[in-house]
Design a protein around this ligand. Structure first.
Ligand code: ADP
Length: 410
């Protein structure tokens, strides 16, 4: 195409090219392109249509100049867009709307010039760009050529955007497939291991040819009992996790005395056979919050069972404090801790520290569930390092007890 451009047109095209290269958000880039084009190429309305044959959909429309006052009633040039799309060439059309004029503005708005440009790519023409001017002058041939160059750049922008989206969609599909494959392998492995113990010890106890002394019988039955609990808790976690994904996790909010809940929970826990020393720092003063007591206990249970697995030596401290806004539960241990780069990720579904994968049983679901439960309370959960270097899990729950919270949380 023979195009001789004015210096300001060159400059505008150069700047538009830069916008396309730097583009992150296509809509914002399109807006910027049109802003850069307007000083050298006057238009009032602009519309981008997408589609094939008779079915055109406007995907972007802006009213800039005089058109703004008649935005709602204006003709947005669909017929011109369709012709440009079908013929694959620019369409110029001038219209004068008949009727009485009672002002200069009406006079101007009655004269409309349309320029429809097909946006071509390797797959043919699927889009067209329409510029509309009110009150003239008509689009001159050199302006049509300049607008054609803008249309080519807009097409490049949209194609790039389409490719970026396609790549992101493919990556998401691959990630999902990977996750599903990983999930099935991990779950079958994790479920098999307690099941293997249960089956093995039950079969051993049932053997006809051996008499087991009471101490051994009790030891085997204790293992079966513990492994059955582990299996049940894994299945509970799986169910909770899929309920959370589906948004169907139910909560039973009520006024809960957090001090009492923690004291009772820890008393029960301390009675168990723990590998660490459990130290509680819970004030006697009652603190009532709006929460689901069963779910809050589930969070504590999970944090302490993680300490059993990942920080079995030394001391685990559970403390409760509060300020105006939040009740603050802190569970810290003396274990190896969680390196800073993993701290945000361990609350994601299935995420486990690489050093624990394959070494210590786990599914990577527990902290995801805890985090979601805390969020459903309107709270926050995060991890940092305890003074000993161990893991310090912080659970912040809002201190609202006001009536009417039910409605807010429902
Ligand atoms: P699971 O224990 O089933 O793997 P979680 O979601 O409860 O799943 O924990 C996610 C990961 O966070 C664990 O796999 C482990 O790598 C790490 N983690 C959790 N608690 C601790 C802790 N107290 N100390 C060190 N690492 C921990």
């Amino acid at each position: 195409m023979d195009v001789s451009l004015r210096p300001e047109e060159y400059k505008a095209l150069y700047e538009i090219g830069r916008v396309i290269i730097q583009m992150e958000d296509a809509q914002a880039a399109l807006q910027e392109i049109l802003r850069l084009a307007r000083p050298v190429f006057i238009f009032d309305n602009v519309v981008l249509y997408e589609g094939a044959s008779e079915m055109l959909t406007p995907t972007y429309a802006r009213s800039i100049g005089r058109g703004r006052s008649v935005e709602a009633e204006a003709d947005w040039g669909e017929t011109v867009a369709l012709q440009a799309l079908q013929r694959g060439e620019p369409i110029v059309e001038s219209r004068v709307i008949p009727g009485e004029r009672d002002s200069l503005l009406n006079e101007r708005l009655a004269r409309q010039d349309f320029l429809g440009l097909p946006l071509k790519n390797l797959e043919g023409v699927r889009r067209s760009l329409v510029f509309i001017r009110f009150g003239g002058p008509p689009f001159l041939p050199e302006q049509v050529r300049f607008a054609g160059l803008i249309a080519e750049l807009v097409e490049q922008l949209l194609e790039r955007q389409r490719l970026v989206e396609r790549v992101a969609a493919l990556e998401a599909e691959r990630q999902l497939a990977r996750l599903q494959g990983h999930f099935v392998a991990m779950i079958s492995h994790e479920l098999r291991s307690p099941l293997g113990f249960i089956k093995g010890y039950a079969t051993t106890l049932l053997r006809q040819d051996t008499e087991w002394d009471p101490a051994t019988r009790r030891e085997f039955l204790t293992i079966i009992d513990e492994e059955a609990d582990r299996l049940a808790s894994m299945i509970d976690n799986l169910l909770d996790s899929s309920r959370l994904q589906a948004g169907t996790m139910s909560m039973d909010f009520q006024n809960v005395c957090l001090t009492r809940l923690l004291q009772d929970f820890l008393a029960r826990y301390q009675a168990e056979d723990l590998p660490f020393v459990l130290h509680a720092e819970i004030p006697d003063e009652p603190l009532t919050i709006w929460g689901d007591p069963r779910r809050i206990s589930q969070v504590l249970e999970n944090l302490l069972s993680n300490a059993t697995k990942y920080a079995p030596e030394g001391e685990v401290v559970v403390s409760l404090s509060w300020d105006e806004q939040f009740a603050h539960i802190l569970v810290s241990d003396d274990g190896p801790g969680i390196p800073p780069e993993h701290r945000a990720n361990i609350f994601k579904r299935f995420y486990r520290l690489p050093r624990h994968e394959g070494a210590i049983p786990g599914t990577g679901l527990g902290l995801f569930i805890c985090h979601q439960i805390v969020q459903m309370h309107g709270g926050k959960m995060y991890v940092d390092a305890a003074e000993s270097g161990g893991a310090a899990f912080h659970v912040l729950l809002p201190r609202d007890t006001a009536p009417g919270q039910e409605a807010k949380r429902a």
